[in-house]
Design a protein around this ligand. Structure first.
Ligand SMILES: [Zn+2]
Length: 201
């Protein structure tokens, strides 16, 4: 199936009987949670998508380099995580370009193939992002980790994932130690059930 590059990507294709899941982490880089998460993902040999906030990139460029060095995929998640719903295209473009510049400053040459609007409020951002070479990245399942409900609840929340589903999680924007702990518990559990971990192509 050919999809329009302007479509918001919510699932990836996977073969029947071979379900995959895409883990995405927003609002970082955010030490120490991002570092701990990177340790977990390295240990489990799982690649993920990190949707970065520009001001966090400026504060923690070393963590951005580590994300890239470990083979993860980058997304642009705006400079200040402001709601862009009502923004004019030029305002969106300026913000996204500034964010791309600081990402490139932290990890020169690293591709940024995805854009995710803060709060999923796309407004008029989709054609702007597409014009800058980024595909809009949505999600099939939001686990609700922005209001930490406990590790067990987070793990249970992941059971709603569909084959090929893109899952929204957070490594930044607050204390995400519960998310990291839940991911560490979840990866072996999903693997035991036959799931694999993918990044979108
Ligand atoms: Zn966010």
């Amino acid at each position: 199936m050919v999809t329009d590059p302007g479509d918001v990507l919510e699932t990836v294709e996977c073969a029947p009987g071979a379900p995959s899941v895409v883990l995405t982490f927003d609002d970082g880089p955010h030490p120490p949670d991002t570092d701990t998460l990177l340790d977990v993902l390295a240990h489990e040999q799982v690649r993920a998508v990190f949707c970065l906030v520009g001001e966090q990139v400026v504060a923690h460029p070393d963590v951005v380099r580590r994300i890239v060095d470990q083979g993860h995929v980058l997304g642009n998640h705006s400079f200040h995580h402001h709601d862009m719903q009502e923004w004019a295209p030029d305002q969106v473009r300026e913000d996204l370009q500034r964010t791309l510049e600081v990402i490139d400053g932290a990890a020169p040459g690293a591709p940024v193939p995805y854009f995710r609007a803060p709060f999923g409020h796309w407004g008029r951002a989709i054609p702007v992002a597409t014009g800058l070479g980024m595909r809009p990245l949505g999600w099939q399942l939001a686990v609700g980790d922005w209001d930490p409900p406990g590790v067990g609840e987070l793990v249970n929340g992941m059971t709603g994932v569909a084959p090929g589903g893109i899952v929204l999680l957070h490594d930044g924007g607050g204390d995400r130690s519960q998310t990291v702990e839940a991911v560490a518990a979840l990866i072996p559990r999903l693997r035991a059930d036959g799931w694999t971990f993918a990044v979108p192509g």
